[in-house]
Design a protein around this ligand. Structure first.
Ligand SMILES: C[S@@+](CC[C@H](N)C(=O)[O-])C[C@H]1O[C@@H](n2cnc3c(N)ncnc32)[C@H](O)[C@@H]1O
Length: 382
C-alpha cells in the first residue's frame, strides 16, 4: 500500500540522466517527509560557534564533545531541561540549544553583560553564583520546576565551590539524570589556586596487619571527585559489616574520564510510588533530599561547633604547655640559687664573717625600739 503522505514527486525520467543526484535526494526527502541531512554531531555543531583559539572552549578539549554525545545522543529530540554552570561567551549553550531543538537550555554565570542569544529562543540566561545555594534554588524554581535532566558544571573549577553547587543542584536533578563535572584535573596543577602537583604515597610492602589508610592526593577538584565516591556508595555505607544502612542510594554510576566526570542519579523504585506521576515522584525525591540536606547541615553545624571546641582546647593546652615550661625554667633557676647559697654558706669567708653578721643583727634588734621612740621610720638596713 502506498501512503499518500509518501507519494513520490512528479518528475521527468529524462532528468535522471542529467541531474540524478538532485532528483534522488528530492525523492528521498519527500519519502521521509523531512529534509535529509548529514547526522548532526555535537562537535560539528560547536564548530559553528566556537573558535579554536579560546582556551575556555569545549571544542579545544580532544574527545570532550564525543563523550558528551555518547551520553546525550538518546535525548536529542526530547524536551529535556539542561542547566550549565559557567557560560563565558555562550558558545556551549548555543551548541546544546542546537543539539536539543526541543530542549530548554539554562545558562548560569556571575558575568554575562555581553551575552547575546538572539535567534536562540530555547536559551535562558540567569545570573547566579555557584557558591550560593539560595540563588541556584531560585533559578531552578523559576526555570526548572519539574527538575533538570542534565547539569553541567563548567564554572570556576575550584573544588569547594563545585561541591557547593553540587550540593545545591543535585536535588534538582531528575532520577536517572546526568551531572557532568569538567576540568577536574586542575586539582593536579601547582599554579591553579586550589591545585597542587601530584602527591604520591607509597604503601608499606610488608605491613602486617594491613595498613588501614591509604593517604591520597585530595586537592581542589580532585578532592571533590574522591568525595563523590561516597555518594556512589551511599546506601551501602554502614558502621559495621553486619548492620544495614537505610540511607537512600544517591548515585547509579560515576564514570571518571580525564576530560570530565559523569554522574548518573539513582532512580527511585517506581513500584514504591505506583500511583504517582513522574513530576510527583520528582517533587517527593526533592523533598527527601532537602530533608537529608538539612540533616547534613545540622551535622555540619555540630561538627563546626566541635571543631571550635577542639581549637579552644588546643589553645589552652598550648598555654598550659607554655606555663609548664616557664615553671620548669623558674624551678631550675631556684635550684641553681639554692646551690649557690649553700656553697656560699659553706665557704670560709661566710664562716669568718659570721660573728660580724650576728653582731649586726643583735645591734639592729637593740636600736629598733630606739628608732621608734625617736619617730624615725624603719629603714632597710636597720
Ligand atoms: C570555562 S568558562 C565557561 C565556558 C563555557 N561553558 C563554554 O564551554 O563555552 C567558566 C565560566 O565560569 C564562570 N564562573 C566563575 N566562577 C563562577 C561562579 N562562582 N559562579 C558561576 N559562574 C562562575 C566564569 O565567569 C566563566 O564565564
Amino acid at each position: 500500500m502506498v501512503s499518500h503522505r509518501f507519494a513520490p514527486p512528479i518528475y521527468d525520467p529524462q532528468d535522471l540522466g542529467r541531474d540524478r543526484d538532485r532528483v534522488c535526494k528530492s525523492v528521498l526527502r519527500t519519502m521521509m517527509g523531512k529534509t535529509v541531512e548529514k547526522p548532526r554531531g555535537l562537535r560539528d555543531i560547536a564548530a559553528r560557534f566556537e573558535g579554536g583559539v579560546d582556551s575556555w572552549s569545549k571544542i579545544a578539549v580532544p574527545g570532550l564533545y564525543e563523550l558528551y554525545e555518547s551520553y546525550l545522543r538518546e535525548l536529542t529530540d526530547r524536551p529535556i531541561t539542561l542547566l550549565e554552570l559557567g557560560v563565558h561567551g555562550g558558545a556551549s549553550l548555543k551548541t546544546f540549544a542546537s543539539y536539543f531543538p526541543n530542549g530548554k537550555i539554562i545558562g548560569v554565570d556571575i558575568k554575562g553583560d555581553e551575552l547575546d542569544f538572539a535567534g536562540f529562543p530555547n536559551i535562558f540566561f540567569a545570573y547566579g553564583d555557584q557558591r550560593k545555594a539560595e540563588e541556584l534554588d531560585a533559578i531552578c524554581a523559576a526555570h526548572a520546576p519539574d527538575g533538570l535532566d542534565v547539569i553541567i558544571d563548567d564554572a570556576s573549577h575550584y573544588g569547594t565551590w563545585s561541591l557547593g553547587s553540587y550540593n545545591a543542584l543535585f536535588p534538582h536533578l531528575k532520577q536517572g539524570g546526568l551531572y557532568f563535572i569538567e576540568d577536574w584535573t586542575t586539582g593536579y596543577w601547582d599554579d591553579w589556586p586550589d591545585g597542587s602537583r601530584l602527591q604520591t604515597f607509597l604503601g608499606a610492602r610488608d605491613a602486617e596487619p594491613p595498613g588501614r589508610r591509604i593517604p591520597s592526593h585530595d586537592f581542589g577538584m580532585v578532592g571533590l571527585v574522591k568525595y563523590l565516591i561516597e555518594e556512589v556508595a551511599s546506601g551501602w555505607i554502614r558502621p559495621v559489616m553486619t548492620v544495614p544502612d537505610h540511607r537512600p542510594l544517591r548515585m547509579e554510576t560515576m564514570h571518571v574520564y580525564k576530560q570530565v566526570v559523569v554522574l548518573r542519579k539513582a532512580r527511585i523504585d517506581a513500584d514504591a510510588h505506583p500511583h504517582s506521576s513522574p513530576t510527583e515522584r520528582f517533587q517527593w525525591g526533592l523533598a527527601q533530599e532537602k530533608s537529608l540536606g538539612s540533616k547534613n547541615a545540622d551535622a555540619a553545624a555540630h561538627a563546626a561547633a566541635l571543631a571550635r571546641v577542639h581549637v579552644e582546647l588546643g589553645r589552652l593546652a598550648h598555654e598550659a604547655e607554655w606555663e609548664r615550661a616557664a615553671a620548669a625554667r623558674l624551678s631550675t633557676a631556684l635550684a641553681a640559687r639554692e646551690e649557690e647559697l649553700e656553697a656560699m654558706k659553706n665557704s670560709t669567708s661566710w664562716r669568718i664573717t659570721g660573728p660580724v653578721r650576728l653582731a649586726g643583727n643583735a645591734l639592729a634588734l637593740l636600736t629598733r625600739p630606739l628608732g621608734r621612740a625617736l619617730g624615725r621610720s624603719p629603714g632597710r638596713n636597720e
